[in-house]
Design a protein around this ligand. Structure first.
Ligand SMILES: Cc1cc2nc3c(=O)[nH]c(=O)nc-3n(C[C@H](O)[C@H](O)[C@H](O)COP(=O)(O)OP(=O)(O)OC[C@H]3O[C@@H](n4cnc5c(N)ncnc54)[C@H](O)[C@@H]3O)c2cc1C
Ligand code: FES
Length: 1312
């Protein structure tokens, strides 16, 4: 049974495949619309529905929809892979907001929707974007909201600052798109009553009653393995199907499952009612109900909630130990369930009884759940969840729901607990539980600190995460925090932890229900449940090289928004196309003895398995290669050298069959005569297992370490800091399509940043000359370095398979396989000794660095240079280091955006903070003291330092850190921390320096007869706006030939990269590919200008006017002028690298009780030189920063003991979402001083700004330091905080036992 998407293998967690589903009710003539994730929606379930995709709301032919136009105009799309899904999430929010309501509502002002700004932010809360940093997406979305001040929205193509006006926006009117066509309505009307698909010969059964369902499950063909009973099938986003199913039973047609009964006793909800519908029902009720609704609105994402059912969730909780939110909140609310058992009995059970039963079999059907009405008198109900994302789209570490019936305690006037129900879930138990002993203890008590302390003690006996649960102590401490928060709100005069802003993932559902009022808070905090996202952008525009320098819209952005843009997987499958999926080893070092398949439906789909033996005789087992550094094997053969290594490719008729068949592989390993694997840096050092750095890439030491160290007043001799890996999380996973051609040739469409390298690897692997291999890349759905070396493997794999099968073969990695095989950022450990004077001046640094590079050399030899490069932003006095690039039995680590530099820059900050805390000095003062002057800059960076006027770092740092506003904010943070016990804030400013290198790059400009222009460049459009800048440069370069001096921008098309058409393309990476490509284009244009200028002059002379562009080209064509020019630009050997500078301030708030962190504000200043396109560069700065925030805070790259990646999907690996970016993000692009040695004086923007995200980490450390002071945690000031600093890390550093400490001190004080 197919899903309705194009096969994006993401399983509901990313939103890239969101569509609008519309249902028509012929009896009421009403259409209902909702968004849904198409990858989870089974085709048959949309029978009689209309499905609208982004292309359906607007496209090239029929015109674009305002959602698409506004996303484009707000520069809200980069690689574009997420953009159609974004469009549909926004579009469905608009449809929902503007749907006529019963009783009517005032109309929205013209041009606007009834959507509010808050709803606009929530509309895309389930959609992931790895490129933009979300801010422009939110702005585009908010432009529809009537309550927005348009002037607050960011840079766009519609107006200049100060001239915002709704009339300038692409016009929006609510009913411009028909979501349900009339012909379909007529068809449905003619089918009343609707046809039901049943019968043995079908694969889709849709029973209309319990009886029918029972007869299906009693029939002979029903077997638990091959039949799948589904409601909305979103569960497959959580528990991936392990085999194909050939029969589905859709239970949503059974009337009992759709009931919604409200009475004075409570609410009964059918099991097939969606979570979204349940929210609607509960919102409209007493306080307990509305708290349930509130909590439910943080479950999953809007587009999952629209279809996911309450029953499906509870069954998953009961049968599969799913960490459900719904089970927990309904348990505390005293719910009961009705089930129909396999033996056809109807049972009514309490939810607790139901959860505690042994897992129910597949024939047991949950019919409905009933929640009693608790009224609003003397009842208090609270729910909480702690998860990495506050708006949902992340399962909780712990969730809880508490219901207490209280009375006034006559003796003291305080509150007495009459009865209480305490439910906890997701903590790592089998299912949600009630903490019965704690309940018993609390009954009849008036709450005080000693009472809570005892309750906490009892709770810790009940919350027992099972073995294997991640962060078990953290989870227990969360449960304690939740209980403490709740009980202290019932206590007399106890300091209640404020439920101030809902920070990352810690959501307590507002203030108390019931008639009892909370005690007045001692500590006042800024309380706001919703902090809207705000932003400011400052930049200089320059007309000198127009249209270069203009913030023009991204090339092809509307195509991206409408979904018409063609990525590799959108290329129609050629005739006889086959599909592949990798079988990977799960052993880090073992002989592969055999590969067999389980007996299963999926195994029957295996056509063949391609392995090393299928590599042609003249070829080699090679999957990627970096010139001069070395190769990586395509197949682990005969020995698998890391967990995650490809050992074979399953070939099948469809991609789905290939995925499922690969899961059936059973690999037999043997470790006989093999050394144990080397997995860690320590292992590698012990075994001398290293990759060597060629001398020309080795960074140079500076000064005499021993001598300078001896001058130090203070020394730190054994500092240590650790950084983990980061996964690319490009939205388009690795993909390629290979088509064999005549005469041993092959064409490979590859999503790669390196077509030239890919071509070389394929040729070597197949043993054919390079000219037999054509690699074509149009656009890449996000790369971030991951499609440099790693893309080669996939391209090479399909090439080998296609060569062998003599048929086209395509492969599109599912997210899990991609995450397991891709490698990612280099993890590392740094040990340091640093000397410094009492005034903070550094005298010497010694760094011993171990890098876990994985199995192959890849680009790892470059790491020392880039790490040290970014670390050198400070004048360390003398700098000595030893960098060990360790070879281990792990997936090979590769370039990831700002590779090495981000770690080096962070290590520098960790050392500076250590120094400052040892001195008890202000960290910024220590930073400032040690920033370079131009002389030391030259010592540390040599020629790359450039001339003094271009050294803008100190000015930028001062602008942020020495401003009066910064000082006020520091004081405000201190005031806040003084008055707030459970939330602490921190603020920090970080400078960055980033060296980039220019590279030789080709470009070709061809003018066609009609004057249109085709441009080819070595660089690949990976979302970074390369095509846009190249287009602008082509127009600039041809400007002298045009009447008004500006070339015809609209006539320029940049065409796909083709490794045979444009040779020596090099690679796209290192931040300078756009400018390199631009320069090659400028040179090509200069040649064309030289050829065409005489014709222009002669036309001018004859006609007396400047010829139009088309007239000039027509004349040149007649004169047989060569209208194509090719250039291979090489940088001047005296200027091959330059430095980029920036500074960033971040202010954060940390929740001491949960470890959640909110970035309240970030201000970034970045020296972009004379920007080639400020809109593109702004997008790069914001996007890189947010990607860096993910690295520093939330992205947990976890592996098992064998090194196999276990956080392998959207479910466990959490990149930033709209709710985790800074609440206020201000960016200023400055242009320091012109330097004409750089391309039109521009600078790079792709990678350096990522380093600014360490300001968030540094600010977190300040906040944690304040917490440690408050709670007297050991060594309050000096502590190490590794990367990433996740919620669990933050909580651990604040103190897992802060609640107990606090209660103990209160209890002791009370006794005294
Ligand atoms: C991206 C994502 C994020 C999520 N986040 C959260 C979260 O934060 N918190 C949370 O609590 N949940 C979360 N969920 C889980 C979500 O709530 C469930 O997937 C959903 O409710 C299941 O409903 P369904 O109709 O799709 O069930 P299906 O997928 O159709 O079914 C799930 C299982 O239940 C069985 N089943 C379904 N209905 C019945 C019935 N009435 N009787 C007997 N068996 C039945 C099916 O046979 C199947 O085995 C998330 C899910 C996704 C995909
Ligand atoms: S533009 Fe959003 S993922 Fe690339």
């Amino acid at each position: 049974m197919g899903e309705i998407d194009r096969g994006i293998p993401q399983v509901g967690g990313c939103g890239a495949c969101v569509v609008l589903i519309s249902k028509y009710d012929p009896t009421t003539d009403e259409v209902t619309e909702f968004s849904a994730s198409s990858c989870l929606t089974l085709v048959n379930s949309v029978n009689f529905c209309s499905v609208t995709t982004s292309e359906g709301i607007g496209n090239t032919r029929d015109g674009y929809h305002p959602v698409q136009q506004r996303l484009s105009g707000f520069h809200a799309s980069q690689c574009g892979f997420c953009t159609p899904g974004m469009c549909m999430s926004i579009f469905s929010a608009l449809v929902k907001a503007d749907k006529p309501k019963p009783g009517g509502e005032p109309a929205a002002p013209p041009g606007f929707s009834k959507l509010t700004s808050c709803e606009a932010e929530h509309a895309v809360s389930g959609n992931l974007c790895r490129c933009t940093g979300y801010r422009p997406i939110i702005d585009a979305c908010k432009s529809f909201a009537a309550d927005v001040d348009l002037e607050d929205l960011g840079l766009n193509t519609f107006w200049k600052k100060g001239c915002a006006d709704v009339g300038k926006l692409p016009e929006y009117s609510a009913d411009s798109v028909c979501t349900f066509p009339d012909f379909l309505k007529s068809e449905i009307k003619s089918l009343i009553p609707p046809e039901v698909i049943t019968g043995d010969d079908s694969s889709w059964f849709h029973p209309q009653s319990i009886r029918e369902l029972h007869s299906l499950s009693d029939s002979d063909w029903f077997d638990d393995n091959s039949v799948k009973i589904v409601a909305s099938n979103t569960g497959s986003g959580v528990y991936k199907d392990q085999d194909l199913h050939d029969k589905y039973i859709d239970i949503k047609g059974i009337p009992e499952l759709s009931v919604i009964n409200r009475s004075s006793k409570g609410v009964e909800i059918g099991a097939a009612v969606s979570i979204a519908k349940a929210i609607e029902v509960f919102s409209d009720g007493t306080p307990v109900f509305s708290k349930i609704a509130d909590h439910l609105s943080k479950v999953a994402t809007p587009f999952v909630r629209n279809t996911a059912t309450i029953g499906g969730n509870l069954i998953m909780a009961q049968r599969l130990e799913f960490p459900s939110d719904i089970a927990t909140v309904l348990l505390a609310a005293g719910s009961t369930v009705t089930i129909a058992t396999a033996s056809k009995k109807m049972l009514c059970l309490t939810l607790e009884e139901f959860l505690e039963q042994p897992p129910c079999d597949v024939r047991t059907i949950l019919l409905s759940v009933s929640v009693p009405d608790w009224g609003s008198e003397n009842v208090i109900f609270e729910t909480s969840r702690a998860s990495p994302r506050p708006f949902g789209n992340a399962v909780s570490y712990v969730n809880s729901a508490f219901l207490a019936r209280t009375s006034l305690y006559a003796a003291s006037g305080g509150i007495l607990i009459e009865d209480i129900c305490l439910a906890f879930g997701a903590y790592g138990g089998n299912h949600a539980i009630r903490a019965r002993k704690v309940e018993e203890f609390l009954k009849g008590k008036s709450v005080s600190a000693p009472v809570i302390l005892e309750a906490v003690r009892l709770l810790k006996e009940a919350i027992l995460p099972s073995e294997g649960t991640t962060h078990p102590e953290y989870r227990v401490s969360l449960a304690v925090s939740f209980l403490f928060s709740f009980l202290s709100s019932l206590a007399n005069g106890l300091d209640e932890p404020a439920k101030a802003i809902a920070p990352n993932g810690s959501c307590a559902n507002g203030i108390m229900n019931g008639s009892v009022k909370s005690s007045p808070q001692k500590h006042v905090e800024v309380a706001s449940d919703y902090l809207p996202i705000r932003s400011r952008q400052e930049m200089v525009f320059n007309d000198e090289y127009k249209p270069v320098g203009k913030p023009v819209m991204k090339a092809g952005v509307e195509l991206q928004a409408s979904g018409e843009a063609v990525y590799v997987d959108d290329i129609p499958a050629p005739k006889d196309c086959l599909y592949g999926a990798f079988i990977y080893s799960t052993h880090p070092h073992a002989h592969i003895k055999s590969v067999n398949f389980k007996s299963s439906l999926a195994s029957q789909k295996v056509i063949t398995v391609i392995s090393a033996k299928d590599i042609p005789n003249d070829g080699a087992n090679i999957g990627s290669s970096f010139p001069m550094f070395g190769d990586e094997a395509l197949f682990g053969d005969p020995v698998s050298e890391f967990a995650g290594q490809n050992i074979g490719i399953v070939i099948a008729e469809t991609q789905q069959y290939a995925y499922m068949a690969a899961k059936q592989a059973m690999i037999e390993y043997s470790t006989e005569k093999l050394e144990p694997p080397i997995l860690t840096i320590e292992d590698a050092i012990q075994h001398d297992s290293y990759f060597h750095t060629p001398p020309f890439l080795a960074p140079t030491q500076i000064g005499d370490f021993d001598k300078e160290m001896s001058k130090a007043d203070h020394k730190i001799l054994s500092g240590e800091v650790k950084l983990e890996s980061q996964y690319y999380f490009y939205m388009e996973t690795q993909t390629a399509l290979a088509i064999p051609d005549e005469d041993n040739c092959i064409t490979v469409y590859s999503s790669t940043q390196t077509p030239e390298v890919t071509q070389g690897v394929i040729a070597k692997c197949l043993g054919i000359p390079l000219h037999n291999v054509r690699v074509i890349t149009r656009r890449v759905g996000g790369g971030f370095g991951g499609k440099a070396m790693k893309g080669c493997h996939v391209a090479c794999a399909v090439a080998v398979a296609a060569f062998k099968m003599r048929r086209p073969v395509r492969m599109y990695l599912d997210r899990k396989t991609d995450m397991i095989m891709a490698g990612g950022r280099h993890p590392m450990k740094a040990k340091y000794s640093v000397g410094f004077k009492s005034d903070g001046t550094l005298t010497a640094l010694r760094l011993d660095l171990g890098i876990n590079a994985g199995i192959s050399p890849d680009i790892s030899a470059m790491m020392p240079m880039s790490i040290i490069g970014a670390l050198k932003k400070y004048n360390w006095g003398a700098l000595s280091f030893d960098v060990k690039v360790c070879k281990t039995n792990m997936s090979s680590k590769s370039a990831m955006r700002a590779p090495g530099d981000v770690q080096g820059s962070f290590i520098a900050e960790a050392i500076i903070e250590h120094v400052a805390s040892m001195l008890g000095a202000d960290t910024n003062a220590v930073r400032k003291k040690n920033l370079h002057g131009i002389d030391s800059l030259k010592v540390f960076y040599g020629d790359a330092a450039g001339e003094e006027p271009t050294y803008s770092l100190v000015t930028m740092f001062d602008k942020l850190a020495a401003s009066p506003e910064y000082k006020q904010r520091v004081a405000a943070v201190e005031r806040f921390n003084g008055g707030s016990r459970w939330k602490k804030r921190g603020i920090s400013c970080v400078p960055i320096t980033y060296e980039v290198r220019l590279r030789a790059t080709p470009g070709k400009v061809s003018i066609l007869n009609d004057g249109s222009i085709a441009v080819e460049v070595g660089g690949i459009e990976i979302g970074q706006g390369l095509w846009t800048k190249v287009k602008q440069m082509a127009a600039f370069g041809l400007g002298p030939l045009c009447p008004d001096g500006e070339g015809p921008l609209d006539m320029v098309r940049v065409i796909q990269a083709d490794s045979l058409s444009m040779i020596q393309g090099g690679f796209t990476g290192g931040s300078t590919t756009s400018e390199n490509s631009c320069e090659a284009v400028r040179l090509s244009c200069a040649e064309l200008v030289e050829r065409l200028m005489p014709i222009k002059k002669s036309l001018e002379a004859t006609s007396g006017t400047r010829p139009s562009w088309t007239a000039l080209i027509a004349q040149a064509t007649m004169a047989s002028v060569n209208l194509a020019a090719h250039a291979y630009w090489k940088p001047d050997p005296s200027f091959v690298s330059y430095l980029n500078y920036g500074a960033g301030v971040s202010e954060v708030e940390v929740d001491v009780l949960t470890g959640a962190m909110t970035i309240l504000r970030s201000d970034l200043v970045y020296d972009c030189g004379q920007s080639l396109n400020p809109a593109v560069d702004l997008g790069q700065v914001e996007g890189a920063f947010v990607q860096g925030v993910g690295f520093f805070t939330n992205e947990e790259y976890a592996t098992n003991a064998d090194g196999l990646v276990i956080n392998d999907g959207t479910w466990t690996y959490k990149i930033p979402t709209v709710d985790t970016i800074p609440k206020q993000l201000n960016v200023e692009l400055i242009n320091s001083a012109p330097d004409h040695k750089r391309v039109l004086s521009s600078k790079a923007s792709g990678e350096p700004p990522l380093l600014l995200a360490s300001s968030v980490h540094c600010a977190m450390r300040e906040a944690i330091r304040a917490a440690r002071k408050e709670f007297a945690v050991d060594s309050p000031l000096t502590f190490q905080m590794d990367v990433p600093a996740t919620m669990a890390t933050v909580k651990e550093l604040c103190g897992l036992d802060v609640v107990e400490r606090h209660l103990e001190s209160l209890s002791a004080a009370a006794k005294a």
